[in-house]
Design a protein around this ligand. Structure first.
Ligand SMILES: [Fe+2]
Length: 211
């Protein structure tokens, strides 16, 4: 089941008047540089907020959560453009450079007046529940809860989107992969909550329209 992107057209977050202008500017800069990021920031913000509402409702309304989710890949502004659009796997050196984007993004955010806590989400959005993620290699509940929530939303959107090196994966297969990653890549309770959310949603793009 592919996600029909036209439903998302004109609703990219960059034009959302509720987001501070600086956030919209930064997102626009990243999206202009990285074709993979186009639409991804807003979709993941929405998937992430829906999931937050399901597992930790008190988080879903917090401004730093929406801000951190939306700007999670901000640090890609500091990654070489040829790596972002490379139509094949990255070599080890390129991968090292790509893995710097969470820390770069967190540091950029400290230069702006954004809600406290957003930078922490940006910094830790690629941690894995088993401790093999980056940049800090945090494991389990040492990973901030919003970052654990966001990791599932981010993975779902990444897998169901076309990338220069592969086609989008069908939703059903993506959900299976998320289930298989519970306890290793993902917090198992959060992965389970996401599968439940998707199970009752039918078409994921409709779900996005509800946020
Ligand atoms: Fe990222």
């Amino acid at each position: 089941m592919p996600i029909p992107t036209p439903l998302l057209a004109g609703n990219d977050g960059i034009h959302d008047p509720e987001l501070p202008a600086v956030m919209r500017f930064l997102a626009k800069a990243v999206e202009a540089k990285d074709p993979c990021t186009r639409g991804h920031l807003e979709r993941t913000r929405r998937y992430g907020l829906l999931l937050a509402a399901a597992v930790a409702p008190e988080l879903a309304a917090r401004p730093e959560v929406a801000c951190g989710f939306f700007l999670h890949d901000l640090g890609k502004a500091g990654v070489r453009e040829d790596l972002l659009g490379k139509p094949g796997p990255l070599d080890p050196e390129e991968w090292m450079a790509m893995r710097e984007h969470p820390e770069i993004g967190a540091q950029i955010l400290t230069l702006f007046r954004v809600p406290v806590g957003a930078a922490e989400i940006v910094r830790h959005h690629h941690e894995r529940f088993d401790g093999t993620g980056y940049p800090a290699g945090l494991a389990g509940t040492r990973i901030p809860l919003p970052a654990r929530i966001f990791a599932v939303a981010d993975a779902f959107d990444a897998m169901t989107s076309d990338r220069p090196y592969r086609r989008a994966m069908p939703v059903e297969r993506t959900l299976r992969e998320i289930g298989e990653g519970a306890g290793t890549q993902f917090d198992p309770a959060i992965a389970e909550a996401f599968l439940t959310l998707m199970d009752g949603a039918g078409d994921p793009s409709r779900l996005l329209c509800a946020v």
